[in-house]
Design a protein around this ligand. Structure first.
Ligand code: DHB
Ligand code: FE
Length: 415
């Protein structure tokens, strides 16, 4: 039974060199075994085809050898110990072999290894994007979550709560747009990063109750700021920052239990008030820089990236009340699988297709860009209308090398 288990290949990204592979790759491995001898290595260098002929390799094996592709050679039955002797003929070492298999540059691969042995590092555990319509805040204040009109909308957040319970983030970077509570036209930063110990909410004239302050994490904020500036994002730093409904409403939606706010937050405000606005591509790149910043923070914390705003809506002009469901559904899909294609949209096209205030989608691009690894969509829901807006929420889980939950769990169980 134990043997049988070790023969299965249910550990992602892992090849078990079992009997099936040993049979399939016998000739290939035999050839590689022959490269223990310098004489044979020279003979292979002189005439690869002739050397392969001697071992009666399959076409698949010959092609994989020609491609110098270790993944293909493993698929063709190669065993990594023997393949390494073959790779050595071309001066390839095991780090280069590793990088090739992971689709990384050698530098990236080395960096990953150094990180694994270094100090504990922060991780991006995932992202949540959600609408932030003020009327949601009013409904929460009036406890209307189970009201027949509101229930379908609020029910869309139940899977989000279940996911948050599971992943237990330690800190949230919250990307939102200020609607004229903290910033006025006298000074309008494109990107502003909070660096405060606490972020207060205040009366913004929208009829929402003022909520308790949110705790910050200045040490993390300054790391983020330093990293972003080093990455050529010349952001504005804010040691005082009032957060408006675009911050508070999503926080109440994600953590609905009244009382103290559960985790520290770092707000990042993106200008959507006064044109010119940053492009979707720029916001996506900012997200990437945020992801890099988080994962270079030397503390073992689980970081969630939250984006607020959207989807399609327009509050002003003859097109007030504009909703574009087709576009929204495309966005929800592309945001997961093809964000770079979506990021080719211009701001003008966003206004055209998502409405004037639909540019709040820019926040979603930042969140998506911050996902550093393999992204899985855990949930989304879409509800029209909430006030004038097509409301949506999306949960993306981010998996990087070494972030497997089973590893922690099985270690804990054994200790
Ligand atoms: C509405 C939507 C928003 O994104 C916002 O910031 C304010 C109001 C609305 O639809 O009412
Ligand atoms: Fe808004």
């Amino acid at each position: 039974m134990i043997l049988k288990k070790s023969n299965t290949e249910d550990i992602p990204g892992t090849i078990i060199f079992n009997g099936t592979r040993a049979i399939k790759g016998y000739a290939l491995n035999k050839m590689c075994f022959s490269f223990n001898s310098a004489e044979n290595r020279d003979a292979y260098r002189r005439n690869e085809d002739a050397y392969c002929d001697k071992f009666e390799l399959t076409e698949e094996q010959r092609q994989a050898l020609k491609h110098r592709n270790v993944r293909e050679l493993l698929e063709a039955g190669g065993n990594i110990y023997y393949l390494a002797k073959w790779a050595g003929i071309f001066g390839m070492n095991v780090q280069q072999i590793g990088a090739q298999q992971r689709g990384m540059t050698e530098e990236e691969f080395k960096e990953m290894l150094v990180r694994a042995g270094g100090l504990a590092m922060a991780r991006v555990i995932g992202g949540i994007a959600t609408s932030h319509v003020p009327s949601i805040g009013k409904a929460i204040a009036r406890r209307l979550e189970n009201d027949p009109l509101w229930k379908p909308f609020f029910d869309g957040y139940k899977p989000v709560h279940a996911w948050l319970d599971e992943v237990q983030p330690d800190l949230a970077v919250v990307v939102y747009n200020d609607h004229g509570l903290n910033f006025f036209l006298d000074k309008m930063p494109t990107f502003a990063v909070g660096a405060a110990a606490e972020y207060k909410n205040a009366d913004e004239g929208w009829g929402l109750p003022v909520v308790a302050p949110y705790s910050g994490d200045p040490r993390f904020s300054w790391h983020l700021i330093e990293s972003l500036v080093a990455d050529e994002f010349d952001i504005t730093t804010c040691q005082e920052m009032l957060v408006d409904h675009a911050f508070t409403v999503p926080m109440s939606l994600l953590w609905p239990k009244p009382g103290r706010h559960p985790i520290p937050t770092v707000p990042i405000a993106i200008n959507t008030v006064q044109f010119p606005l940053p492009s979707p591509a720029r916001c996506y790149k900012l997200g990437k820089a945020i992801g890099r910043a988080i994962e270079s923070y030397k503390q073992d914390i689980r970081v969630l990236v939250v984006a607020t705003g959207g989807l399609s809506h327009q509050l002003d002009g003859d097109r007030a009340g504009y909703i574009n469901k087709k576009f929204d559904l495309l966005c929800l899909q592309k945001m997961v699988n093809d964000p770079e294609a979506l990021a080719r949209y211009s701001v003008h096209e966003l206004v055209r297709d998502a409405g004037a205030q639909g540019v709040e989608l820019l926040m979603w691009f930042v969140m998506r860009g911050a996902m550093t690894g393999q992204v899985t969509e855990k949930h989304h829901s879409y509800h029209v209308p909430i006030s004038n807006t097509a409301a949506a929420v999306m949960v993306l889980e981010n998996k990087t090398a070494g972030s497997d939950k089973w590893l922690d769990q099985s270690l804990m169980a054994r200790l």
